[in-house]
Design a protein around this ligand. Structure first.
Ligand SMILES: [Zn+2]
Length: 271
């Protein structure tokens, strides 16, 4: 069994505020990346217990060089650095049996810990074929394009609900409960890791019930930017269509191309 793990940082227990914890200049960044690495290791342990024979971890936050390779379980290999064409899903392909999302967060506009969708500075909302999606949905669609089901999402209670609404079979590991967007009641690290290990094991043990999620083709991403200036910048994207002052659509024959269009528009939008 081959398992792909995508790991973000905002959903890690103990992480609740942006700059001090989630950016390299931050006072508590060192602690946060340590906690992130330990949560990935918990998922790796759960996967191994369930029979995984190959595990690839993709660092999926910001500079994508957060996970401490020297502390990573030696059963896995690590994709680190940026840019990567598939971003948070770099490394996924048809050979994988399951995908696991660790440290994920709710989409922009939800009262979930550090909620945002790809770029907190520019993106207000994203829909795929008119289904509202956050990073969980966007990346689950990419896994689905390769025929791979997402079996576990860890993070706060809000992203757990978001994941369940879209992927009914998915297992969730809730490691914190949002109080506001920048406050939460958190499990102690040891308990958070136990939960992630246990739920990963359970999710992979019932893999036959999991279904890959792939929106129908042609695939249309609709993206609402925070302001019209950003939308105008993004409208330089070939084949994009501006439908109002803040909103663009981009349609492609397949999910992968549509996803690349979405990423390119966000890059063009700027901050
Ligand atoms: Zn993220």
């Amino acid at each position: 069994m081959k398992v792909f793990i995508s790991c973000d940082i905002e959903g890690v227990s103990g992480v609740v505020v942006a700059s001090p914890q989630t950016s390299p200049e931050g006072r508590d960044y060192g602690r946060a990346r340590d906690l992130m690495t330990a949560e990935v290791n918990a998922a790796i342990r759960g996967a191994l217990k369930a029979g995984a024979t190959e595990i690839v971890v993709n660092d999926s936050h910001g500079p994508m060089t957060n996970i401490l390779i020297e502390k990573l379980d030696s059963a896995a290999t690590l994709i680190t650095g940026t840019p990567k064409p598939l971003s948070m899903m770099q490394g996924i392909d048809r050979d994988f049996d399951a995908a696991v999302f660790v440290g994920y967060h709710a989409k922009m506009g939800e009262v979930g810990v550090l909620s945002h969708t790809i770029s907190g500075a520019s993106v207000a909302d994203v829909w795929v074929n008119d289904i509202p999606v956050g990073e969980t949905g966007i990346n689950a669609g990419l896994a689905g394009y390769f025929g791979v089901p997402v079996v576990l999402v860890s993070g706060d209670d809000v992203v757990a609900k978001e994941a369940k609404a879209l992927l009914p079979h998915v297992h969730t590991a809730t490691v914190k409960w949002a109080v506001t967007r920048t406050a939460a009641r958190c499990l102690p690290p040891e308990k958070a890791r136990e939960t992630i290990e246990e739920e990963t094991f359970r999710a992979l043990s019932s893999l036959s019930e999991a279904k890959a999620w792939l929106p129908e083709s042609p695939v249309t991403f609709k993206i609402a930017f925070k302001d019209a200036g950003q939308a105008c910048n993004a409208s330089r994207m070939p084949y994009s269509e501006m439908i109002d002052g803040r909103t663009l659509t981009f349609t492609a024959d397949d999910y992968l191309t549509a996803f690349k269009g979405l990423r390119a528009m966000i890059a063009l939008a700027g901050r």
